[in-house]
Ligand binder design. Sequence first.
Ligand SMILES: Cc1cc2nc3c(=O)[nH]c(=O)nc-3n(C[C@H](O)[C@H](O)[C@H](O)COP(=O)(O)O)c2cc1C
Length: 177
Amino acid sequence: MSEVLFVYSTTDGHTRRICERLARVAQSQGRAARVMALPECQASDIQACGAIVIGASIRYGKHKPEVAAFVGRHRTAIEARPNAFFSVNVVARKPGKDVPEGNPYLQKFLRTIAWRPQRLAVFAGRLDYPSLGALDRLVIRFIMLMTKGPTDPRGVFEFTDWVRVDEFGHAFAKPSN
Ligand SMILES: Cc1cc2nc3c(=O)[nH]c(=O)nc-3n(C[C@H](O)[C@H](O)[C@H](O)COP(=O)(O)O)c2cc1C
């Protein structure tokens, strides 16, 4: 059965971990799966796959510009096979913002691209305060304070609902895709 390609755009690695998890789900359903960093993914990689999932994280309100550029460059090839997009951000820890229709970053991103992914998802991400630089840590703690999130600077907080990640993976990788 054709390979599922998982392409990730990440800063701190969490979106890659989600793609790796989705790849394991696909493999558990008998699909071949490949995980690649977005900057390394070439047109030939897309042509070689049977289905594609792109995941990207939010930093200061935006996905990296590389995501829209990639989608613009490869839209025809992406649309020629089963396809999906997911966004990773911490706003998605809040009920209502954890679904594509309710997540402001995903909705804004969709308005900037011509691609209409066949499937969409939003996953809550992870905050690893000790690994952040002083300024980022300060800003994110302030945002968390404002939005009733965790602020302990020694803390690592993972908000990801892995059951939902698995459900998305199962739905996408089912043999008809
Ligand atoms: C410096 C910084 C800025 C962030 N900005 C936002 C933001 O504006 N909105 C949001 O919901 N999450 C924000 N996040 C949370 C990230 O989306 C979350 O940590 C995610 O898991 C990062 O995924 P990655 O490791 O794949 O880059 C930010 C995180 C950091 C460290």
